[in-house]
Design a binder for this molecule. Sequence first.
Ligand code: AMP
Length: 272
Amino acid sequence: MKTFKDPKKLQKWAALRKREGAKIALVPTMGYLHEGHLSLIAKAKAMKADEIIVSVFVNPVQFCPGEDYEKYPRDEKADYEKCKAAGATAIFFPTPANMYLENHSVYINEEQLSQGLCGARRPGHFRGVCTVVAKLFNLAHPDFAVFGQKDFQQAQIIKRMVRDLNFDLDIVVAPIVREKSGLARSSRNTYLSDEEKTRALAISRSLKELKANPAQRLSSVVKKLTQAGLKVDYVEAVDVETLKPVKKLGKGVAVLVAAYCGKTRLIDNIVI
Ligand code: AMP
């Protein structure tokens, strides 16, 4: 497996591989890899990519002031080993300084899908995400990029960016990987104590119950989360394409949750 730190070197190599006819997959991550990330690599492998490039970059631009940028978990060595074992062919570890040169002044703003949900609660977050993902597309020359449904709004925004800015690649969205307990896997789960992990289960459990019985009201989910001692950031039902709120749960509707368990902000969703 190749390792790149310098964006220019990655770009040169990926362009060469592309000219040689290789099918290139990109898996963008912030590292501290878990089974959820590895499922994206597996998906790229199943889609017969010749090169699977995993980027590991805690992107400062997508964190809001006061969020966990500094304390976000990092473990390059473990990430390297996991990527290698999962069948990635290249790993990219850029630094903030070589991704954002002095006076970096160009950013990408998606102006519809990012208005609500996490976009409303984390101002500037999706501007940071779109900007770094566009840069990664330009560096890795992927034929397709794999994202997780775990970040449902993010995946929809990236698809829109690819459509609207004519990026020449496909976006593949892979299902949410969960722990046995049902908890959606996340690098941030490492912040949770055992007791918090148990309380956090209310999120996946109440979403599962809602999917089984869509006649329930969203307020029942809010109630269950609150009873478990979580602080609800939002529970919303939206149209899967437009991300606009809908009143009735049914086909083509996603229910998205963001809630604080102690200081840790967790997200999860289900598509009905
Ligand atoms: P992150 O490192 O959290 O920025 O995530 C990188 C990519 O992995 C994103 O496309 C996420 O949606 C995806 N991902 C994170 N957690 C999971 C999960 N539990 N299941 C599937 N994909 C995931």
